[in-house]
Design a binder for this molecule. Sequence first.
Ligand code: AMP
Ligand code: ZN
Length: 114
Amino acid sequence: MNDCIFCGIAEGAVPSKKIFEDDEIFAFHDIEPKAPVHFLVIPKRHIQNIMECGAGDGLLLGKLLLKARELACELGCGEGGARFVINCKADGGQTVDHLHIHVLGGRRLGWPPG
Ligand code: AMP
Ligand code: ZN
């Protein structure tokens, strides 16, 4: 295992509150939720951030987004909606360098971000 915490979660070596897993994707509740619903959807393969993605990652990115949407609906956000966020590098506020989609819902969120 490398020293990436999300790789550890995807491998099951680091505990998490798992929501979903298949051969390519892992989804789990954020450890410091910023909304009543706040979970993360990640590729099992280590990709540092969205800037590292290219045309060959299109299928995987589509799967991640559609799984995020599906799980948001399952967790009760279908009616009220949710926010789907990818933070990238320092200016984007990324703190864990393994690509992840945040899904936040269950309350009315402010805009723009600070
Ligand atoms: P970001 O700032 O976009 O990189 O988001 C990283 C997110 O990962 C934050 O919302 C953290 O609360 C969350 N996080 C960090 N470590 C863990 C962990 N071990 N289990 C679940 N969520 C985590
Ligand atoms: Zn990783």
